[in-house]
Design a protein around this ligand. Structure first.
Ligand code: SF4
Ligand code: SF4
Length: 96
């Protein structure tokens, strides 16, 4: 039996997302982000939901893997609300 190795990008591409349009499960207020010097969310989010655009942090919840890392590392108040998506929404992890 051979075990196929996947890159992180290949594994992420297997996941399915049911996006709860208009109802983000994570809220980010980037007025706090402007004062956040290190901006760890840009480095730690495995789905790259946080990006720097024109010097401002932007957040897109649609590809969130629900790992909770941004909630833990955000010490400057930018993540104002963090919840799991409502039932039937969010990520479904798949192996193949
Ligand atoms: S860690 Fe929090 S406050 Fe800092 S840039 Fe990210 S979301 Fe904004
Ligand atoms: S919960 Fe995880 S995947 Fe979702 S935005 Fe936060 S760090 Fe990224």
């Amino acid at each position: 039996m051979t075990i196929k190795k996947f890159s992180p990008e290949e594994l992420l591409a297997l996941d399915k997302f049911a996006v709860d349009e208009g109802k983000p499960h994570i809220l980010v207020d980037n007025k706090y982000c402007a004062k956040c010097e290190i901006k760890p969310c840009l480095l730690v989010c495995p789905a790259r939901c946080y990006r720097l655009k024109d010097g401002n942090v932007s957040f897109e919840y649609a590809g969130c893997l629900e790992c909770g890392t941004c909630r833990v590392v955000c010490k400057d108040g930018g993540v104002t609300s963090w919840n799991y998506p409502r039932a039937t929404f969010g990520v479904t992890f798949r192996c193949s």
